[in-house]
Design a protein around this ligand. Structure first.
Ligand code: SF4
Length: 327
């Protein structure tokens, strides 16, 4: 019997959970298909089908869903993510995403939109595992075991990120590819802070991470920190943040700032993102008040020009090098 082909969009939570989902689905006997890397065409198709008010990453994810449909998958995997951490929530746009897709794109394959809600207990992930397994025709024990194997893979993935790898590099290492040595001739270290689906997508981020690397910069992100470090960073705020993504972004920036581990911080935000405008403001105020290191905010939208970003990034690096020379 041919395995069921399950499509995972290379968007939204792909950069956090792809190794877990892939392992889980493969252990259930599925063949995993990933959408192509973002191109202008994928973004354009997303823009055509999504409501204007949505943020850029959601519009882009629409394009990735259509790309998967073109690949003839049997199922598109779009878990309805409510919460991935105790007492915290994910942005409501994640929650409504599967419905928005169904509403706006016709003739799609089956959409698997099983709930993930770990707000009360981490162990509620077992409910998700069982429901996905059942939809693929597997029993409860097999599904739990497959999910456990996925979680094991995920732990290995997080360890690679904590060693300084970025998601694409860590995913290739998990796939058995050779690990590349760190570039040693860097004179600056910069933290690029933003949602994974913005900073790691080379098209949407104007390739900011690789640009920095090519300019002799070592790049760190919040995902290179442990959960403990992120929580230590965010503790500097007077109030708890109950949005997981905002907590990670803010905690990461404040930790790098507090420890002086980087020469500067670039915050990357998406146009029309409510949480980003709040966290960007919080981080900026905090860092500028202390005056310990340069900070730059980049806003991405579908019209963002590459030339403008390049000029700003180069000026930012010049400023850091000049600052270093005079201190
Ligand atoms: S956090 Fe912001 S960018 Fe992410 S899905 Fe929500 S509104 Fe969009």
């Amino acid at each position: 019997m041919m395995p069921v082909r399950v499509g995972i969009p290379r968007a939204l939570f792909y950069y956090y959970y792809f190794p877990l989902w892939k392992e889980f689905l493969e252990q259930l006997g599925a063949e995993v298909v990933v959408s192509d890397r973002t191109t202008k065409e994928i973004l354009t198709r997303g823009l055509e089908h999504c409501v204007d008010e949505a943020c850029l990453p959601i519009k882009l994810a629409f394009g990735h869903v259509q790309n998967l449909a073109d690949k003839g998958v049997d199922i598109i995997f779009l878990p309805r993510i409510v919460s991935v951490a105790k007492q915290e929530y994910i942005c409501p746009k994640f929650l409504g995403f599967p419905d928005m897709v169904r509403q706006n794109i016709k003739n799609l394959p089956m959409i698997m939109d099983t709930n993930i809600n770990l707000r009360k207990r981490k162990s509620d992930a077992g409910i998700f595992a069982r429901e996905v397994g059942t939809a693929i025709g597997k029993g409860s024990v097999k599904s739990r075991l497959a999910f456990w194997q996925g979680q094991y893979k995920h732990k290995g993935y997080l360890r690679l990120l904590e060693q300084g790898l970025l998601p694409d590099e860590a995913i290739s290492v998990l796939d058995g590819k050779e690990r590349k040595d760190k570039v040693s001739d860097t004179d600056l270290t910069v933290a690029v802070i933003g949602h994974p689906y913005n900073i790691y997508d080379p098209f949407i981020s104007m390739n900011i991470i690789n640009r920095l690397k090519n300019l002799g910069v070592q790049v760190l992100t919040a995902d290179n920190l442990t959960e403990q470090m992120i929580n230590q960073g965010v503790k500097q705020l007077p109030k708890k943040l109950f949005w997981t993504l905002s907590r990670r972004v803010t905690g990461g920036a404040l930790y790098y700032h507090e420890k002086g581990m980087v020469d500067g911080i670039i915050h990357v935000a998406a146009f029309a993102c409510g949480p980003d405008s709040m966290t960007g403001e919080l981080i900026e105020r905090f860092i500028r008040r202390e005056g310990k290191m340069p900070f730059m905010n980049i806003n991405l939208d579908e019209h963002t020009g590459e030339a403008g970003i390049v000029t700003r990034v180069e000026a930012f690096l010049d400023m850091m090098r000049w600052r270093r020379a005079i201190v």
